[in-house]
Unconditional design. Structure first.
Length: 190
């Protein structure tokens, strides 16, 4: 089973590359935002718990998110694997994900980080704000905060996977197809 953690700051191209990876390798996409919205819309016990917390402005605890991921793993148990998009975001989440996958006799195949310099990220986010009507991408102070959050919180996660020999990075600047070829080269080397 191929289980990939795809990382990169906002605007690095995770969404674009995820779609291409999913198509080529026939993986199930696991985005924590999508999972939360799906569980809430489905009225599941975990979804109702998450909604109650979110309505109070409280972050959904890791154990609730891991429970939701467990449900998605159950639903996709016959798949070729999973691509984790934007998760885990902390070392505690990475450890919890490892335990969950180990309990299923599986594990993370590798982490791929899309690296893009800050100037390029800002240009991409400004373009995305216009093209996709995402006003949060148009505010420089919000962009700065999101990039800082990513760098501060994900650096330890990258180090976690690096210690396991599962970390790779790909230069996220270039054509979509060139970046995808580099990503595939990493995946095919596992």
């Amino acid at each position: 089973m191929l289980n990939i953690v795809l990382f990169g700051p906002p605007g690095a191209g995770k969404g674009t590359q995820s779609k291409k990876i999913i198509d080529k390798y026939q993986l199930v996409h696991l985005s924590t935002g999508d999972i939360l919205r799906g569980e809430i819309a489905g009225g599941t016990e975990l979804g109702l718990e998450a909604k109650k917390l979110m309505d109070q402005g409280i972050l959904v605890p890791d154990e609730v998110v891991i429970g939701m991921i467990n449900n998605k793993l159950d639903a996709g148990k016959d798949s070729n694997g999973f691509i984790f998009d934007g998760f885990p975001r902390t070392v505690a989440q990475a450890e919890a994900l490892d335990r969950l996958l180990e309990s299923r006799n599986s594990g993370i195949s590798g982490m791929i980080a899309l690296e893009v310099d800050e100037e390029e990220l800002r240009l991409r986010l400004a373009k995305r704000a216009l093209e996709q009507d995402r006003p949060d991408d148009a505010k420089p102070e919000v962009i700065t905060k999101r990039i800082e959050e990513y760098r501060n919180k994900t650096a330890p996660v990258a180090e976690y996977y690096q210690r396991q020999g599962k970390y790779s990075f790909v230069n996220g600047i270039g054509s979509i197809d060139d970046i995808f070829r580099k990503v595939c080269s990493v995946i095919d080397s596992w």
